[in-house]
Design a protein around this ligand. Structure first.
Ligand code: FES
Length: 127
C-alpha cells in the first residue's frame, strides 16, 4: 500500500496589504485575529489528530478580498468567508470531520458562482 494522499487541502489566504493601503485583505493590521488564523487552523488540526490527512496551505490572494478572511476547502471548491476562530472550529468539526459543509459560513453565490470549464472559457474569450 502506498502513502495515502490527503483527504482535504485547506487553502488559507494569507495575503496582507501594506499599511495604509485602502484595499481590504485577509490578513490585516486592523484585525489582530486575522493574523492568528492560519496558526489557529494548524493547531486545531494537530489537536484533532488529523494533520496528516488534512493539509493546511498558506496561499496568496484568492480574489475575494472584500469578504475576507477567506479559505478554500478542496475537494469541493468550498469557499468560507469572514473567518474567525469560532468559525474555524465549526468548519473542522462539522465539515472536515463530520462531512457536512457549514452552509452559513460559505461565501455568497453572487461571489462564487459555478465554475466555467477552461474549454468554454476559451470559447467565451474568442480563442
Ligand atoms: S487578500 Fe485574501 S482573497 Fe484577496
Amino acid at each position: 500500500m502506498g502513502i495515502p494522499q490527503p483527504a482535504f487541502y485547506i487553502f488559507k489566504c494569507e495575503q496582507s496589504a501594506p499599511p495604509g493601503m485602502p484595499k481590504p485583505s485577509c490578513v490585516s493590521q486592523n484585525n489582530p485575529e486575522s493574523q492568528q488564523l492560519f496558526q489557529y487552523l494548524a493547531q486545531k488540526l494537530m489537536q484533532e489528530g488529523i494533520m496528516g490527512t488534512v493539509q493546511p496551505i498558506r496561499t496568496s490572494c484568492l480574489n475575494r478580498c472584500q469578504l475576507g478572511p477567506v479559505m478554500l476547502v478542496e475537494p469541493g471548491h468550498v469557499m468560507y468567508a469572514g473567518l474567525t476562530k469560532e468559525k474555524i472550529d465549526r468548519i473542522i468539526s462539522e465539515h472536515i470531520i463530520g462531512g457536512k459543509v457549514v452552509e452559513e459560513y460559505v461565501i455568497d453565490n453572487e461571489y462564487w458562482d459555478e465554475p466555467i470549464s477552461p474549454a468554454d472559457f476559451k470559447k467565451q474569450m474568442g480563442m
